[in-house]
Every structure is written in C-alpha cells, then in structure tokens.
Design a protein. Structure first.
Ligand SMILES: CCC/C=C/C(=O)SCCNC(=O)CCNC(=O)[C@H](O)C(C)(C)COP(=O)([O-])OP(=O)([O-])OC[C@H]1O[C@@H](n2cnc3c(N)ncnc32)[C@H](O)[C@@H]1OP(=O)([O-])[O-]
Length: 306
C-alpha cells in the first residue's frame, strides 16, 4: 500500500511479522523507484533461474511458477531467489495477490534440498537455515493474498510453503501426496513447521501427522483440512485465480490487519528465537547419526529411480 503525503510516499513495510499490525515507513519517491515498480515489468514475466514471476496489471495478481529441475527442491539459491521475488512483489504497490505453483506437471516441490544438509560445513548449514527461515517469514508474513496451487506432490518443505499461504488448492490426483514427513528421514520438523501445521489442521491432527511423518493423498489431505479444495489438474490455475478474485474483493487494509492479528504470534516466535533456531539446526544436522540417516535417504531416492 502506498499513498502520497507532503511529497513523500508512505509505504507499507511489507512484512507483518516485524511490525505487527502493519507499521508504515516514509520513503522518498526516488528511493522507492529504485525498487521494481509495476512500470519496470508491466505485464511481462521476469524469469530468474529457478522460477518465473508474472504480474497481471489488470488483476494485481502475480503468479510464481517454480521451475527448478527435476523436483523443485529448495536449495540455498532457490530460497534466496524466492525471498527476493517475494520482497519485490511486496513492495510493488500494484501487486495484491500471489499464486504459487509449479511448472513440473507432477511435483509442486520436493521440499528442502537434502544435498544442502548432507556433508556441508556448519557455516553453510547456518546460511542455508537462515534462508529457509527467510522464505517462510516472507510467505507467512506477506501482506498479499497468497494461494498455493498445488499441482503435484509436496513433501516436507514443499508442504511448509503451502501451509504458509492463505489458501490451498490441490490437483485431484490420487498419485499426489502432501505432508510433513521429516521423521521418516530421521529428522525433526522445527517448531515453526509444527506451528504452521497446527494453525491449519489443529493440534491433535498435527501431533499424529508429525510423529508418524504422514504423507496424505489429495483426498485425505482435504479430509483433514490440510488443503482447502481439490480441483481437476487442468483447472487448477483458473480456479486459483477465481478464488483469488473473491479474496481481493475484501478491502486490503481490513484483510491485512486481520491476517496480521492471526499470524503475528506465530511469526514473533520465530523472530524472537531466530538465532537459537539456526544454532539448533546446525548442531542437529551435524550429528553423525543424522548425516548417516540423510545419506541412506539420498541413496534410497536414487535406488528408487533405477
Ligand atoms: C530440519 C529439517 C526439515 C526438513 C525439511 C525438508 O524439506 S527435508 C526434504 C524432504 N523431502 C522428501 O522427503 C522428498 C523426497 N523425494 C521424493 O519423495 C520424490 O523424489 C518426489 C515424490 C518428490 C518425486 O518423485 P519422482 O519419482 O518424480 O522423482 P525421483 O524420486 O526419481 O527424484 C528425482 C531426482 O530428484 C532427487 N530428489 C528428490 N527429492 C529431493 C530432495 N528433497 N532434495 C534433493 N534431491 C531430491 C532424487 O534423488 C533424484 O535425483 P537423481 O537420481 O535424478 O540424481
């Protein structure tokens, strides 16, 4: 949101988490125009290495299409790119909503890139984990309406991305599965993964789901409320855009303040404990036993293919 006041543009800070009920900052027009205003990519997609971002000027809706082969695993590079794109859209006064989807016809995202957690230095692990946090803070704390068009399987970090959105639409295909399966890899979903799931499906279902590392078929995900709707694969984008228009019919300021009121405690919990969360991750992932589990899991994935 931006308004002109005494020659200064009053712009929303763009992150619910840092400021609670959206605080406002003064920025000069000159500074703002260094940011990617609508005019800099009007109606045209801007493509980075791992995703394409297309903003429709008429609707104010951007589509982020993840396109990292083979399975949209969330590497450090991917996460950094994603956070930058979200920041750009957040600062763009014309953009009011984002649909997140995948160019891979059967995988939304395979979750965190396991190669980023295996055989790496503590420094690298720390940097990687900060990027995972940043992705979630940007998505969960976004002022924009966020809809996940889950057009394929979405384990672990992929499920987290979907959980961070305002609404989830999944392709109605029995082969697709979604869930936080971390325990199956011998690792533990951190507290903010857990909180994200509790906020969507409730405490009991989350406990069950997390302890067993359950992956749900699309129809079972709908039953427990992990996704909001199932739609035929070829209709998923049209449907996501139609749901988006319903959400955008609500005045932004009222919806954004309501969203912040609901999400702030969860966001604050990570912001307050951000450094200790990184340290916990680094200590945990560096353990020999965890490295062994990840190695076996990677081997299993490769064998499954052959
Ligand atoms: C505290 C930490 C919290 C952790 C959170 C997480 O997100 S943990 C993450 C939890 N995530 C999971 O447990 C998901 C594990 N993945 C799967 O279940 C399946 O791959 C699939 C259903 C995503 C796609 O099935 P499909 O039959 O279409 O494809 P395919 O199986 O044939 O794989 C193709 C290639 O991709 C590779 N690769 C795959 N995933 C990853 C990855 N995350 N990373 C890196 N690489 C990955 C796979 O090795 C293979 O490589 P190759 O041999 O070509 O060099």
């Amino acid at each position: 949101m931006a308004v002109l006041l005494n020659g200064l543009r009053l712009v929303s800070s763009g992150n619910l988490s840092l400021h609670g009920i959206k605080s406002l900052q003064y920025k000069s027009t000159r500074i703002l125009c260094q940011l990617p205003c609508k005019s800099s990519y009007q109606g045209r997609p801007f493509s980075n290495k791992n995703m394409t971002v297309e903003l429709d000027n008429n609707t104010g809706v951007a589509v982020i299409q993840m396109k990292k082969p083979p399975v949209n695993s969330l590497s450090l590079e991917f996460l950094t790119e994603f956070a930058i794109n979200m920041e750009k859209l957040e600062m763009d006064r014309e953009c009011r909503g984002v649909v997140l989807t995948s160019s891979n016809p059967k995988i939304f995202s395979a979750g965190l890139d396991i190669n980023e957690m295996y055989g790496k230095t503590p420094e690298h692990s720390g940097e990687f984990w900060r990027a995972v946090q940043e992705m979630w803070l940007k998505l969960y704390g976004s002022n924009m309406v966020t809809i996940a068009a889950i057009n394929g399987s979405s384990p672990a970090g992929g499920c987290l991305m979907a959980l961070a959105c305002d609404y989830r639409i999944m392709a109605d295909n029995p082969k697709y599965a979604i869930g936080l399966n971390e325990t199956k890899l011998g690792i533990v979903a951190p507290f903010w993964f857990k909180d994200s799931m509790i906020n969507v499906i409730g405490r009991r279902a989350t406990e069950h789901s997390l302890q067993l590392g359950l992956m749900y078929s699309a129809s079972n995900a709908l039953k427990i409320g992990l996704v909001d709707q199932l739609v035929a694969q070829d209709k998923i984008m049209t449907h996501a855009l139609s749901v988006m228009s319903e959400w955008l019919a609500i005045p932004d300021h009222a919806r954004q303040i309501t969203k912040s009121m609901m999400r702030k405690p969860t966001l604050d919990r990570l912001l307050t404990n951000r450094e200790s969360d990184i340290q916990n991750f680094v200590n945990f992932i560096s353990k020999d036993s965890i490295q062994k589990s990840l190695q076996l899991y990677l081997e299993m994935l490769k064998q499954r293919k052959s």
